[in-house]
Design a protein around this ligand. Structure first.
Ligand code: ZN
Length: 387
């Protein structure tokens, strides 16, 4: 396979060759080819809750539904992701995790696209606001025995856990998670400064969708946002979809964390893409899709119940909102999350898997995906010519 595209980091046109699913050459070409799409390492999204009418946290989840969600990501430039299981009963979570593990084992299209499972909850804050759309009845304190049973059901594929460190036993729990090779993120939290400090000392290294899953009114300082912003051992994931965080907050968070400690996630939910209306069949409870596509908890218009815009919107938005350059915006959605989750065989190196996204930048700063490569296979769109 061979084509000419512009590198995302230098803008330089290169003839790209792929052999046996892996990058085999990036040869500079002389002519300008300024009309060619950009080629970048495909996005790695650490937070996919579902897509197109399918929630992954669902007692009815099947292997086929898992495959449908993951294949739905192809046209959004995502080559790897963490299917995300949220707060539910033990049996509910065990079913979803077991089904994901079986899908990874049995279905190659799933195996190729998953870089670990993200378990978000159930060990989060019970308080309204921090809890977000997670059902209160299933929120609980960290329990290592329960986690081990869930990890067994997941056949060891849980690679990322989002929890609130506000519980007394959190530091010990975090230490065990990190020792077992799981990345620990702080999220959906009402923790005070000392609990956040203790969590980071114990090995927490990420803040999940910083600024969301938070109280609507917060003490001015200290609070858990400043604490996480100021903590250089925490990378922050942001939902930069234009709805979850105002542009000024995205800019301020990126300036505080620096681009090298910021990643993008989509947090898309299964209701995303459904027509406006109320849905009582969501495992999140009753949700409503508004006219503009936002997904909210039914009956009010403030508490978002997950996102509906995939990660490429975030890439374009951080450039618009925070003045971040293309190369850095791409890194936030691809190479950096890949590193965090331990996907080491990833990136633009000869011999690495050819996972790429091709896209055009529009005059208004938006981004249109023209093709996605997953392990050297064209899974969406068309490739540019080789001449
Ligand atoms: Zn969340």
């Amino acid at each position: 396979m061979e084509f000419i595209a512009r590198r995302w980091d230098t803008g330089e046109p290169v003839r790209v060759t792929i052999h046996n699913g892996r990058w085999s050459g990036f040869e500079s070409v002389a002519s300008p080819h300024s009309d060619r799409p950009f080629l970048a390492p495909a996005w790695v999204d650490l937070q996919i809750n579902g897509w197109s009418g399918i929630e992954l946290t669902d007692p009815q989840l099947t292997v086929e539904r898992v495959a449908a969600v993951l294949q739905g990501m192809d046209r959004h430039g995502i080559a790897r992701c963490c299917p995300t299981i949220t707060t539910h009963s033990f049996d509910g979570m065990r079913h979803s995790l077991g089904t994901l593990a079986r899908a990874i084992r049995e279905d190659e299209t799933v195996r190729d696209r998953v870089c670990g499972i993200h378990m978000e909850g159930p060990y989060i804050s019970p308080e309204d606001g921090p809890r977000g759309a997670h059902p209160l009845v299933h929120v609980r304190s960290p329990d290592w025995d329960e986690f081990q049973r869930l990890q067994d059901a997941a056949e060891g594929h849980i690679r990322l856990v989002t929890l609130s460190p506000e519980y007394e036993q959190a530091p010990g729990f975090i230490t065990k998670l990190v020792e077992s090779g799981v990345v620990v993120a702080i999220g959906h939290t009402a923790a005070d400064s000392s609990a956040i400090q203790a969590a980071v000392d114990a090995g927490a290294s990420l803040s999940t969708h910083l600024g969301n899953g938070a109280h609507r009114t917060l003490r001015r300082h200290p609070n858990y946002l400043w604490d996480q912003l100021a903590e250089d051992r925490l990378t922050a994931s942001l939902i930069a979809d234009g709805h979850h965080l105002p542009p000024g907050v995205v800019k301020t968070f990126i300036r505080a964390k620096t681009v090298s400690r910021t990643i993008l996630v989509s947090d898309v939910v299964g209701t995303a893409g459904r027509p406006p209306g109320r849905y009582d069949d969501s495992p999140l409870g009753s949700v409503e899709v508004l006219e503009d596509g936002r997904v909210v908890i039914a009956g009010q218009r403030q508490l978002l119940a997950g996102a509906f815009r995939t990660i490429e919107h975030g890439v374009a938005n951080v450039m618009r909102f925070a003045g971040v350059g293309l190369a850095e915006a791409v890194e936030m959605a691809s190479l950096r999350p890949a590193r965090i989750i331990g996907a080491t065989d990833y990136g633009f190196r000869i011999g690495a898997w050819a996972d790429g996204v091709l896209f055009q930048m529009n005059g208004d700063g938006s981004l249109d995906i023209t093709a996605t490569l997953n392990r050297g296979r064209l899974v969406c769109g068309t490739l540019p010519a080789a001449e």
